[in-house]
Design a protein around this ligand. Structure first.
Ligand code: FES
Length: 113
């Protein structure tokens, strides 16, 4: 893709690579169909955010920053999504979930195929 962009815009590949590696929203590995972001800001952390992240990492056999083998989910941790009253919070694609815990997290994710 970087070669195509380089050729199409007549910009050196090294410049395209520099942009891709500088901005965190670009990636050079495939992403999952759905994005899970577990909040590890202070409010979420103390109310179980880290336990939620650990649970998902173990349940889906993927580390934060990675993607499940079936490309269903990409899992990331984030620092405060501005919804501290909902702690511990999780964002899946464009949906924000409150008071996430082991008892409801997998049920929540079931609807994301
Ligand atoms: S710390 Fe999680 S939303 Fe603010």
């Amino acid at each position: 893709m970087q070669k195509r962009i380089s050729k199409g815009l007549n910009i050196p590949e090294s410049t395209i690579y520099g942009v891709v590696t500088f901005y965190s929203f670009f990636t050079m590995v495939p992403k999952g169909r759905h994005s899970i972001k577990v909040c590890l800001g202070t409010a979420c952390y103390v109310r179980g955010g880290k336990a939620n992240l650990d649970y998902l990492q173990e349940g889906f056999d993927v580390e934060a920053g990675g993607t499940t083998k079936d490309l269903r989910f990409s899992l990331d941790s984030v620092r405060c999504i501005g919804a501290c009253g909902m702690a511990p919070a999780m964002v899946v694609d464009d949906d924000t979930y409150a008071q996430v815990n082991r008892g409801n997290i997998m049920e929540t994710l079931d609807s994301y195929k």
